[in-house]
Design a protein around this ligand. Structure first.
Ligand code: ADP
Length: 499
């Protein structure tokens, strides 16, 4: 076993990779070099064209890895949102709403193919704008976004099978607002089913991550999508409220915090608009003593440290069977020591930058509350870059259900560990939350998987794996995690009228 003091040179004479912290090999940097082809300034995308905002105002999108300005983004006001909805309604009445499904499918296929052609460029743009590691955006976000367009292209000419025995028709124009954790993927989840069904769209991306949305607008142009079918308006919460509060849309689809979801629901109460809400989560990842523990540890790490914990279905509570609790904790600590935290553009990086200063502040505040309330904190001794927003992967053991870190969504790389003795206690603790988006179960017994997946109040239950996604598989929550489903046949049902 090499030690810290060993210094060697390779055969080429270069210094050998150095060991840091006893067991982490320091790799040479492997920066991704593809050109993200960014513009200095992005306008709104309305009626098939990029147009300046009526206010003339722009705001900065920064790279959270180094706090440098990446691009200027147009600030849309109510008049811009009016123009976007007018274009969407016109497109629905004149082209898209009347087009046969097999013709709409061709556009969706084209969008998917063009996105694949420019995959690396989009991955780099996503990483620069949002801070997630390039291996995430390259291997997950962009391919999965393309997969959603392909999948829904396949549905567009088979819509009579979405609800056998019924006739399906589009809703008309839909308004959509998305968050910053999976900017391109959330956009694909929203617009692909809407378009396949024959709806037209006005969408607002999150203020910190608008770049890949506006790059996708270029692809929509290249695909020849008729003007007005998809419109992008950028801005902050006020722009979002103009999108969700507008009289035109027949449906509002929102992904974001439970707090904002509730504001939108209150504002739409009493209207006949349809809604789907994909909100927060506080998922339990449940490990039984008969689970393959090394595999489970990988799943736990993937479940919460993947994408810096910026995942609404993150397995942020680990419920571990008492007989193996110490063993699992020791294995987790060892695994955390070799996670690489740093430059998101480096292909070796496991944890990149936290998306924004505000989010970093929130994570820091909740972690401080965990320490104050008496949970035991562990953070590996990794070096963090001096510029940019970073947070060490963090474990809390000795957590009880009354601690804030066990109840509130942290949306950061922070895992709270609780223990249980019986299956009933595991179910009771897992369900003891206001949320219900996802859960994970690790066990050798198929019967236990079936029991847990029926009793857990979560929209998705993963068994002996975590964070597995597929466009065919519906995703959505229970309780304060929202309602409605995205993906699969169920996702399409949320974008149609049935007769
Ligand atoms: P997160 O905590 O994931 O950032 P938010 O709920 O704050 O989630 O934001 C998700 C999206 O909702 C963003 O695009 C944001 O601009 C938008 N938004 C914020 N406030 C409102 C609001 N009052 N009405 C509609 N959209 C909003």
């Amino acid at each position: 076993m090499p030690t810290l003091t060993e210094k060697k040179t390779t055969r080429s004479g270069r210094p050998a990779p150095e060991l840091i912290f006893g067991d982490l090999w320091e790799y040479d940097p492997a920066p991704e070099t593809a050109d993200p082809k960014l513009k200095a300034r992005y306008d709104l995308f309305i009626n098939g064209a990029f147009v300046a905002p009526k206010s003339g105002k722009y705001f900065d999108s920064i790279n959270p890895a180094n706090e440098q300005k990446l691009a200027e983004i147009a600030l849309a006001n109510k008049d811009d949102v009016d123009a976007a909805y007018a274009a969407a309604q016109r497109a629905f009445d004149t082209t898209w709403g009347k087009m046969p499904g097999r013709e709409r499918a061709k556009y969706l296929y084209r969008i998917a193919r063009l996105l694949q052609d420019r995959a690396r460029e989009f991955a780099v743009a996503e990483t620069l704008d949002g801070g997630k590691p390039i291996k995430e955006s390259r291997d997950f976000d962009v391919p999965m976004a393309a997969a959603h367009f392909f999948y829904h292209a396949g549905w567009a000419d088979k819509l009579e099978y979405v609800a056998p025995g019924h006739k399906v028709a589009p809703l008309g124009v839909v308004g959509q607002v998305i968050p910053w954790n999976f900017p391109l993927l959330m956009l694909a989840w929203k617009i692909a089913p809407a378009l396949a069904m024959g709806n037209c769209v006005v969408l607002k991306p999150a203020e910190t991550t608008s770049v890949t949305c506006l790059k996708l607008a270029e692809i929509l142009q290249d695909a020849g999508l008729p003007p007005g079918v998809v419109n992008f308006v950028t801005g902050f919460g006020e722009t979002g409220a103009a999108v969700t509060g507008h009289p035109t849309p027949a449906k509002i689809a929102f992904t974001g915090s439970t707090e904002v979801g509730k504001i939108i629901m209150r504002s739409l109460a009493g209207t006949d608009k349809k809604m789907t809400m994909e909100l927060g989560g506080k998922a339990a990842n449940i490990v039984f003593d008969d689970a393959p523990l090394d595999q489970a540890v990988e799943g736990i790490v993937n479940g919460i440290f993947f994408n810096q914990g910026h995942v609404c279905c993150a397995g942020s509570r680990l419920l571990v069977h008492e007989p193996v609790a110490d063993k699992v904790l020791a294995k987790l600590k060892n695994r955390l020591k070799v996670l690489r935290v740093g430059d998101p553009m480096d292909k070796n990086t496991d944890l990149g930058a936290i998306n924004s200063r505000e989010q970093l502040k929130r994570i820091t505040e909740l972690v401080a509350s965990g320490v104050k309330e008496g949970a035991e904190l562990y953070q590996p001794p990794c070096k963090l870059p001096t510029k940019g927003f970073y947070f060490r992967p963090t474990l809390f053991s000795g957590v009880s259900m009354s601690h804030r870190i066990a109840r509130e969504e942290i949306f950061g790389p922070v895992l709270s560990i609780l223990t249980f003795r019986t299956v009933e206690e595991a179910v009771e603790k897992a369900n003891n939350t206001a949320y219900g988006l996802s859960a994970g179960v690790w066990t050798d017994k198929g019967s236990r998987i079936l029991k847990m997946s029926t009793e857990l109040k979560a929209g998705v239950v993963w068994a002996n794996t975590y964070n597995k996604f597929d466009p065919t598989s519906p995703f959505g929550g229970y309780k304060e995690s929202g309602f409605g489903r995205e993906g699969g046949r169920q996702g399409l049902l949320d974008y149609c009228q049935l007769t």
